[in-house]
Design a binder for this molecule. Structure first.
Ligand code: SAH
Length: 332
């Protein structure tokens, strides 16, 4: 599950087999959800034996599941004993999964619970693919969209995350449309530039959370490396190259970044760009002192009055600590 179709074809060629076998194997894995190589009955027994020797087919495990209304949170145990979480959400338009990309996170955003455990390692591609597969299996239904917004900074694990995207997008496999896949970054500028060359039309979301460096420096350490002007320059280049609309995420923190002045400054910063702002009501956690803004509506109206497209993120999963920024990679 770490291999794209092309990589699996290369494997078959390398052992002197025809490359169309790759398609057959992917059909077993993703269409029939048959994960025991012994049952790949359209492959010769001898070839099945070779596959068993060459591949490890152990899966990550669902360790615990918590259910809220229209939301389920899954705690997964990885083969090395680490833990991560993913969240399933039911919308009117279908089911979406928020996947984790790393064990822990090094970005250190002050308001985020997930970052309290420092990065242990990036997830392997199969560990992301299996989050989707195990959830599909659990609910006996198909996932329509995927957001890489769980634990971790996806662009800090760039190659594995993009490999994952190619695998879940494969049309004869999980077939999750590229426009239904969103990657969210806190703003790793060189990777945003690299991502503008990625061939699939995947959505980009950027955690901006402040209209100026003074505020952003205080809440997001990454701003000391890539400040707002560097970040905005990379987004402008991305827009020119891809013509795809960017989502600007803005978490509403009481008395930190939610004044009307902030709204006007944000509108000015984004004016003329093909973006829309997604305001995220802050989910409070026991360990951090930030509070949810009480001025979301006023802030939204101020942005709208300046001609900025804006939506407020639907609140999901707070009751089971499955909401944005509440996922933990510690089994506690
Ligand atoms: N590292 C990536 C992916 C995480 S996405 C990124 O920063 O974009 C998770 C989103 O939820 C980010 O926008 C993050 O800033 C936001 N977030 C973190 N803690 C939150 C909280 N307690 N309430 C609401 N949103 C939060």
């Amino acid at each position: 599950m770490s291999l794209t179709k092309e990589a699996l074809e290369d494997y078959f060629l390398s052992i002197g087999e025809k490359k169309y076998k790759a398609e057959q194997v992917l059909e077993w894995l993703y269409i029939h959800k048959e994960w025991d190589i012994a049952n790949f009955t359209n492959l010769k027994k001898e070839l099945r034996e070779t596959l068993k020797k060459d591949f490890n087919t152990d899966f990550i495990k669902i360790k615990r599941k918590e259910e809220g209304s229209l939301v389920k949170k899954y705690l997964f145990e990885l083969l090395d004993g680490n833990f991560i979480e993913a969240v399933l959400m039911e919308h009117d338009y279908g089911k979406s999964v928020c996947v984790s990309s790393e064990v822990g996170c090094n970005m250190g955003c002050k308001f985020c619970e997930s970052g309290r455990l420092k990065k242990v390692r990036g997830l392997e591609t199969y560990e992301m693919v299996e989050q989707i597969l195990l959830i599909e299996n659990d609910i006996k239904d198909k996932i329509n969209s995927v957001v890489v917004m769980g634990i971790g900074e996806p662009f800090d694990n760039y190659d594995n995350v993009l490999n994952f995207v190619k695998i879940i997008n494969y049309p004869k496999g999980l077939a999750i449309g590229s426009r239904h896949i969103t990657i969210s970054t806190c703003g790793l500028v060189p990777k945003i530039e690299e991502f503008s060359n990625f061939p699939l039309q995947v959505n980009l979301a950027v955690s901006l959370h402040a209209p100026n460096d003074a505020i952003r420096d205080k809440i997001m350490p990454i701003n000391k490396v890539y400040n707002i002007s560097k970040l905005m320059a990379s987004l402008r280049k991305y827009l020119l190259k891809t013509n795809r609309r960017i989502t600007i995420e803005y978490v509403m923190l009481n008395m930190v970044n939610d004044s009307l002045d902030c709204a006007y400054e944000l509108a000015h910063l984004l004016k003329g760009m093909n973006v829309y702002v997604n305001l995220i009501p802050y989910n409070e956690t026991n360990n951090l002192e930030f509070k949810k803004s009480t001025r979301i509506k006023e802030f939204k109206d101020a942005l709208t009055s300046q001609g900025i497209n804006v939506t407020v993120r639907k609140e999901f999963g707070d009751s089971i600590s499955a909401a944005c920024g509440q996922l933990r990679s510690k089994e506690v």
